[in-house]
Write a protein that binds this ligand. Structure first.
Ligand SMILES: Cc1cc2nc3c(=O)[nH]c(=O)nc-3n(C[C@H](O)[C@H](O)[C@H](O)COP(=O)(O)OP(=O)(O)OC[C@H]3O[C@@H](n4cnc5c(N)ncnc54)[C@H](O)[C@@H]3O)c2cc1C
Length: 396
C-alpha cells in the first residue's frame, strides 16, 4: 500500500492534533509552522468532555488529565461571590463520562508534539501558496523552504488563515465579536478547587484552578477592537478590583508584562464548505468562535479526529474531504452561533439586562442537575469516531 502524505499548515493545537490523528492512521505527516518554536502564546485552556474523549482517541487523554487539576465543582457566580449555578464535578463526570480538564496550553502542545516523529515538524517555515490538486494530481503547497506535494493539505493556520483568504476570496472573514479578553496564569496556593465564571456588568471573569497550585484566570470587557491600555493589568484591576475574592488578588499577583490581551473575533458567516479540492480547513482557520463556550480548541480537536477518520487510507481524497465537510460544518456552525449568543447575553450592560441574566442563571441553578446536563449535551455529549478502523459514522 502506498504511504499517504499530509501537509499541515500551522502547528497550533488544531494542526498538532491532526498530525497525531493522521500519524495514528498510518500517514506520513509534515507540519509547517512559521514560528521559531511551538511555545504557544497563551495561558490556560479548558477542555470539555467532548474534547477529552477525542484526545482519548489520540492516546493522550490520560497525560492531559495528569496535567490538569481535578476540580470539586464549577459554576456561575455573582460579583458579590454568591453562586448562581453550581455543578458538582463528580456528578458531571458520572454524567459525561470524562472530566472537564484545565491545563496550561504549553502542556497540551507539548503532549501532542511529543507523540510525533521528530522529522514531522518544520519550524520557521511559512506557507505561501497552494494548488488544490485534482482527483489524479496531488496538491502542492509552496512554502518559504520550498514546495511540498501532498495527498491531503490541512489548513490549520488559525484565525487569520492565509489559506482561507486564498481559497475563499469572496468570504468576508472574521469580524469583531464586540469584546476583548485578558488572560493570566498565576500561582494561587490555597485558592481552592472550585472553578467559576462570574457574570458582572458588561464582562465576565473566569477562575480555573490548574495543577501545581496555579490558577488560570480570564476576563472579558466590551470595547471596540484595537483599543490599548498602557498597563493592561491596571485596567483589569480598575474593572474587576471590587469583585469577589480571589479575583482582585489574582490580577494583582500577575506581572504586568504577562497579562495577555486579545480582541475577540469570530466567523459570523460560515464558510460554504470546509474543503477545496484536496485542502481541508479546521480549527480557527475554519470556524473561529468567541470563547464564551470554551469550545474553539475543543472543536479543533474534534475536527482532527474526524478528518483523520474520513481520510482513512487516503484513496479518493477529494470525495473524503467532502465527507469531512458533511460531518463537521453543521456542528461547528452551531457552536459559533451558540458562542456568539452567549457572548451577546453576558456582555449586554443595561441594568435590566444585567438583572435578567442573574435571575435566569439563578433559576437555572435551582433546576435539577439533569436539566443542566441536558442543556450541555449537544456540546459535551459528542463522541469521536474510532481511528484505525473502517470509515463509519464520523462522530456523533
Ligand atoms: C481569550 C480566549 C480564550 C480561549 N479559551 C478557550 C478554552 O478555554 N477552550 C477552548 O477549547 N478554546 C479556547 N479558545 C479558543 C482556542 O484558543 C482556539 O480555538 C484554538 O487555539 C485554535 O487552534 P488552531 O490550531 O486552529 O489555531 P492557532 O492556535 O491560531 O494555530 C495556528 C498556527 O498556524 C500558524 N500559521 C499561521 N499562518 C501560517 C503560515 N502562513 N505558515 C505557517 N504557519 C502559519 C500560526 O503561527 C499558529 O501556530 C480561546 C480563545 C481565546 C481568544
Amino acid at each position: 500500500m502506498r504511504i499517504r502524505h499530509a501537509l499541515i499548515a500551522g502547528g497550533g493545537i488544531g494542526g498538532l492534533a491532526t498530525a497525531l490523528a493522521l500519524h495514528r492512521q498510518g500517514w506520513t505527516v509534515t507540519v509547517v509552522e512559521r514560528a521559531v518554536s511551538l511555545a504557544p502564546v497563551g495561558a490556560g485552556i479548558g477542555l470539555a468532555p467532548n474534547a477529552v474523549r477525542a484526545l482519548r482517541e489520540l492516546g493522550v487523554a490520560d497525560e492531559v488529565r495528569a496535567c490538569s487539576a481535578s476540580h470539586e465543582g464549577m459554576g456561575i457566580r455573582h460579583p458579590s461571590g454568591r453562586w448562581l449555578v453550581f455543578v458538582d464535578e463528580e456528578k458531571a463526570r458520572r454524567r459525561f463520562g470524562e472530566p472537564f480538564a484545565v491545563l496550561h496550553r504549553a502542556d497540551l502542545v507539548r503532549i501532542l508534539a511529543d507523540r510525533l516523529p521528530p522529522e514531522t515538524l518544520h519550524l520557521k517555515t511559512r506557507v505561501e501558496g497552494v494548488e488544490t490538486g485534482t482527483g489524479e494530481r496531488p496538491a502542492r503547497v509552496s512554502t518559504s523552504q520550498g514546495d511540498f506535494d501532498a495527498d491531503l493539505v490541512v489548513a490549520a493556520d488559525g484565525l487569520r488563515s492565509g489559506l482561507r483568504s486564498r481559497l475563499f476570496p469572496a468570504h468576508p472573514g472574521p469580524v469583531h465579536a464586540g469584546f476583548t479578553a485578558w488572560r493570566i496564569v498565576v500561582p494561587a496556593p490555597g485558592c481552592g478547587l472550585l472553578a467559576s465564571e462570574t457574570w458582572g456588568n458588561s464582562g465576565v471573569v473566569g477562575v480555573l484552578p490548574m495543577a501545581e497550585g496555579r490558577v488560570y484566570c480570564y476576563a472579558t470587557g466590551v470595547m471596540p477592537p484595537g483599543k490599548l491600555f498602557e498597563d493592561e493589568r491596571a485596567e483589569t484591576l480598575r474593572r474587576f478590583g471590587d469583585w469577589h475574592a480571589p479575583i482582585p488578588d489574582l490580577f494583582a499577583a500577575a506581572a504586568p508584562e504577562t497579562v495577555l490581551r486579545n480582541d475577540v473575533f469570530h466567523l459570523a458567516r460560515p464558510l460554504p464548505s470546509l474543503h477545496r479540492g484536496r485542502v481541508a480547513f479546521l480549527g480557527d482557520a475554519a470556524h473561529p468562535m468567541a470563547p464564551n463556550l470554551g469550545q474553539g480548541a475543543c472543536q479543533a480537536i474534534e475536527d482532527a479526529v474526524v478528518l483523520a477518520h474520513v481520510a482513512g487510507d487516503g484513496t479518493d481524497i477529494p470525495r473524503r474531504v467532502y465527507d469531512y465537510t458533511a460531518a463537521r460544518l453543521e456542528r461547528t456552525t452551531a457552536m459559533v452561533r451558540r458562542s456568539a449568543k452567549v457572548g451577546a447575553m453576558v456582555h449586554r450592560d443595561s441594568p435590566a439586562a444585567v438583572r435578567t441574566r442573574w435571575t435566569l442563571a439563578a433559576v437555572a441553578g435551582r433546576l435539577p442537575f439533569g436539566a443542566t446536563a441536558r442543556s450541555l449535551r449537544p456540546i459535551t455529549g459528542w463522541h469521536p469516531p474510532r481511528l484505525g478502523g473502517e470509515p463509519g459514522t464520523p462522530g456523533r
